[in-house]
Design a protein around this ligand. Structure first.
Ligand code: CP
Length: 314
């Protein structure tokens, strides 16, 4: 990486507003980052001297740890705050919190928040780069990027391929980021789930809509199975878990209707036996742990492209 490249934007807030050029630049850069990841000593000096903070107001296993690992592999200094143990519990506002963190000398904040638009709000108030690690039901851009990167790795392209996204589309930031990114790259996206969990006007995002999984499962090159977000359900929208599993769960019997080489994906955490049976989650077509591994390379690429170009990177 002799020639330092950077994204056109200060922040990564979503895939909706990310250009096709920046989307492709992230995927190309992730290839180089994967090479660092695969070295015996997983370390490069690209972000030496940079400081990256993770600020999570919601729980996380994969996203937070992979951002922290990505930052460390590029030699950045890292810090973290969980809302549960922060002064947010004493009533400090989000803006006050991030301004206090910024003056400690940070270059980027990675934030997850239950409020859609929280990263956009703080991005307007900070000079530091802001990376959205999931904002309410709006977007989870690095999850969308790692999902698409995994599809590219498995099939070479997504252009002309059919991606079936199954589950609670209304509450899914993963679905939205996948849709924005995949449609820009020329994929055919089908969203499938209970009509009560399908946002009105979703067709305007350029997707096909179905409420009958058995009708559409055979069309898919990739099936991205969403987690049922019981914590975000409003009363009356969600059928019983048993009913949901019968109509929208992916199990071995339903896989009989899918293409023989279909790729099964899930952002995690999995509700085993609800949206995905263990037989399928651990079966030959799943790439779920590849997604997690690729998440480190994607987050290295995003950090590098946002921060590496500012003072010359490596
Ligand atoms: N996929 C995802 O965002 O996982 P975590 O909630 O564990 O970060």
């Amino acid at each position: 990486m002799n020639k330092v490249k950077s994204l056109a934007t200060k922040d990564l807030l979503g895939l909706k507003d990310l250009s096709l050029e920046d989307l492709n630049l992230i995927f190309q850069t992730a290839e180089s980052m994967k090479e660092i990841f695969n070295r015996p000593i997983r370390r490069a000096p690209a972000l030496n001297g940079k400081t990256i903070f993770t600020l999570f107001y919601e729980n996380s296993t994969r996203t937070r740890s992979s951002f922290e690992m990505a930052a460390k592999m590029l030699s950045a200094t890292t810090g973290s705050i969980s809302a549960a143990t922060s002064s947010a519990k004493k009533g400090e506002t989000l803006i006050d919190t991030v301004k206090n963190i910024e003056v400690m000398g940070i270059d980027a904040i990675v934030i997850r928040h239950s409020m859609a638009g929280a990263p956009h709000l703080i991005a307007k108030n900070l000079k530091a780069s802001v990376i959205n690690a999931g904002d309410g039901c709006n977007e989870h851009p690095t999850q969308g990027l790692l999902d698409i990167y995994t599809m590219l790795e498995k099939r070479g392209t997504v252009k002309g391929k059919t991606v079936l996204i199954v589950g609670d589309i209304a509450h899914s930031r993963v679905a939205r980021s996948n849709i924005w990114g995949l449609t820009k790259l020329g994929a055919h996206v089908i969203v499938c789930g209970p009509p009560t969990l399908m946002p009105a006007g979703i067709e305007q995002m350029g997707v096909e809509v179905s409420s009958n999984l058995d009708d559409v499962i055979g069309e898919a090159d990739f099936i991205n199975v969403l987690r049922i977000q019981l914590e975000r359900q409003e009363k009356g929208l969600f059928p019983s878990k048993e009913e949901y599993t019968r109509l929208f769960g992916i199990d071995a019997a339903r896989m009989q209707k899918a293409q023989k080489d279909v790729v099964i994906m899930h952002p995690g955490p999995i509700n085993r036996g609800v949206e995905l049976s263990s037989e399928v989650a651990d079966g030959p077509y799943n790439v779920i742990l590849d997604q997690v591994k690729n998440g480190v390379a994607i987050r290295m690429a995003v950090l590098f492209l946002l921060l590496g170009g500012k003072n010359g990177g490596e």
